[in-house]
Design a protein around this ligand. Sequence first.
Ligand code: HEM
Length: 758
Amino acid sequence: MSFLVKFSIVIFLFIGLIESKQIPKLFLNYEFNKDLDYSPNNSNKSIEISKLTGINNQIVNNLFEEAINSVLIEGSSNRFWNLFSDLLPKGLNFQDSNITRHTRQSNQNFINVSPLKVQALVQLTSQSSPEARAIDATSTIGLSVSANLAKKLQGKNFDFNPVDALAGLKASNEFCPFKTNVNCNPNDRFQTFDGSCNNLQQPWLGKTNTPYKRYHEPAYDDKLNSPRSSSVLGGELPNPRVISRIIMSDNSEFDQVVSHITAFFGQFLAHDITSVAVSTDNSGRIVDCPCNSGNPSCMSVIFPSNDNALRMSCMRFTRSSAAFSTFDCRLGHREQLNLLTSFIDGTQIYGPSASRSRELRSFQGGQLRSSPSVVNNRQNLPQAQDGSCRGTNEQVKCFAGGEGRVNENLALTGMHTLFLREHNRIATELSRINPRWDDERLFSEARKIVVGILQHIVYHEWLPLIVGWNTAAMFDLVPLNDQRYYNGYNPNINPSLSGEFASAAFRFGHTLIRSQIKKFDGNGRETSAPLSIFDIIFRPAEAYNPNNGGIDSLVLGLLNEAASKYDANVADALQNRLFEVRLGDGSVIAVDLAATNINRGRDHGIPSYNSIREKCGIKKATSFQDLTDTIRPEKVSLLANAYKHVDDIDLYPGGLSETPVNGGVVGPTFACIIANQFRDLKKGDRFYYENGPSPTAFSLDQLNEIKKASISKTVCNNFDINMIQPNGFMQPLSSLNNGKISCNWLPNMDLSKWREQL
Ligand code: HEM
């Protein structure tokens, strides 16, 4: 059967099963606001401020000098000057730096660990970098200068808030950590590892260690820096842990359509594009935040005394580090910093810097380093030297990948393993087709192909399922289905991630995780009892267990089982037992992921659910009752139990409570944020795989081959399996027109299209 026939069958089956998805919906169609944007640069008001008060950039500079001197006098100069004496005089060299994770060795059996080790567990997923520390140091001074000016202007009779005018004033180059002069070669066929030069006009856009953008004005209590804490009716906002217990407890049902791998592919994708820098102390470690710490970098959540699900009095929480919101260091609100490139460019596979990528390569035949798998001579990720996993010993070790969170759970590690194998498979094939290519060429071409495959799977298979085909089409997210290049690249689009996306909407995946994961062999049979998700968090042992299929059977299990339903509920292992440590006195230290997400939103000044809903084009609610247009009544009641006023609802629980959009997983507000973000990631990426013709593009023949890729075929190529469902992100059910077929029926990429004509 020709490729086209097979391809049409798959598309036909796929559309059929999307249409047959019978989930009750509140919406049939929705007209979202397609152009969410917020720009802090409000120079008209600033010109007015300068005229009215005489405040200008010279005065700002003097305030910076004063602030730095006061830091010096207070004796905590290390924080600033240590970083700057190293970094600033030479210019910040951000091209080649590593992200560091600051963890300590954890106890193997995990019982009776010391408080120091407790701290390490809570911080296992927190990351920072030397650049983030330098940026935090200057930006924190920028915030104090902003606060100082705002105080001076307070009480003056302006017809606008003085803080809104600060964005017209900026720190001079001396105090601005972004040195944006980079020489780019527009003809480089391969993108940089740190994302610089993707945009030739603004080479830092989307790069590692740059600020998030926003789709909506920030919601800090003081408009600058203080987390949102007050109800619109006065008094405090409800405690994040209380909200989590009321709205997000674990009593989830399973989704009727979506498979569990959809969630972990989502997490894998999240780790390609976002990792927020967390505050560090003078020694470069993530700030430790015991209960009631007075450290301004701490925002720990005090637990109510009647909270008996966990024997702990507070949840440690470190604020994300500060950043200027613009590259020219305008004054104004606290922004956060993304340690990763925002582009979908395989950072989690290849690392965020050239130096990290070198550590991951074997320098032979274009291969990535690997370690032997316990099953069938397949490859696993290379082992890591650090000991931040549990249950490790001489043989059982953490794995290493392009991204520090690779061991966070073993299903995620499985996603990394899948793409490592795909890279090495493609490099091997290319070396057969082009025997003259050296290691460098093989590695770079294989990386380019893998990133193309990744982007194709995201835009063709995964995203339309998450936001629904209507929304995907409305936002021009669906890849072209004929042999043409896409010509929508627009260098004026900012590809950076938005705070609303990274701090709330894209965390939707936390509700799709079920508490147990089944293990399946390649013949579709369960190999052993299911694993508890709790037992695979930072615990790689199962990957080394030859008896029931190692990590392979875990990945195959994800394809065979349903995801948990999108319904605001979070598995107990994530809500009450994440990173759990039992102390000698019987008390417990753990993280509530749902409460953390709510707290993180407040830390980042993320506006309320109701404001974002309105920004997205959905009617602003004036009462809880009004929410029933997007949220079922029983969920509205839960929100009304938790919050005093509809305007108080945090974006994360509000968005998660919504009923999914037609044919999608998420509700309308998250669909709007996610679609806006992926539109920016597509149109703002010069290396987007469908772009061309240009020296950086695939040939049309090659592009046609990339478009044959699918998650199912990638699994077929790299795991011992013969039969699989055509769309791996849906369950293998004939009632969904997605019953298993032979792997051979799925289109095969022909890599001979990469043969170099000599
Ligand atoms: C067992 C599964 C998972 C665990 C244990 C987990 C755990 C975590 C933790 C601890 C954080 C940091 C929270 C904070 O301090 O603010 C986080 C952040 C995040 N998670 Fe998950 N997660 C899981 C699955 C997922 C999935 C399935 C998705 C998406 C489909 C996802 C998307 C995100 C995003 C976007 C962030 C923010 C990352 C950043 O910008 O730094 N996670 N997760």
